[in-house]
Design a protein around this ligand. Structure first.
Ligand SMILES: [Zn+2]
Length: 116
């Protein structure tokens, strides 16, 4: 049985930005609120782009294969596909960024930031 080290829990270090934070400001994987907000903003942007791509693909399929008569119904479906696709993509991308994060590298090594 090994002796555990004493760790002061009033201040911890965010594993992403390496700044000292109050323990209450860190989430369960020790990210501060600012890092979470920054990554969520990035995931929202990529989610919207993914939702837009999915909606455009749906529009192409509808125009070429379905040849609709009731455009309002199909337009509603396309808007719903964009909305739902962007939300689902945002959550998936947010999770992937957090899981694939390398501690101490807030900018250069996160996914979906344009730098690999
Ligand atoms: Zn942080």
């Amino acid at each position: 049985m090994s002796k555990g080290r004493w760790i002061p829990l009033d201040h911890l270090i965010c594993v992403r930005c390496r700044e000292k934070r109050d323990a209450a400001d860190l989430d369960r994987i020790l990210w501060c609120e600012r890092c979470c907000a920054e990554v969520r903003r990035r995931a929202t942007l990529w989610g919207r782009l993914t939702g837009l791509f999915a909606a455009l693909a749906l529009v192409a399929w509808i125009a070429l294969a379905v040849r609709p008569r009731f455009l309002a119904v199909w337009a509603t479906i396309v808007v719903a596909a964009y909305w739902l696709g962007s939300k689902v993509s945002r959550e998936i991308i947010y999770g992937v960024i957090r899981v694939a994060h390398r501690p101490g590298h807030p900018e250069g090594l996160d996914l979906f930031n344009g730098q690999g």
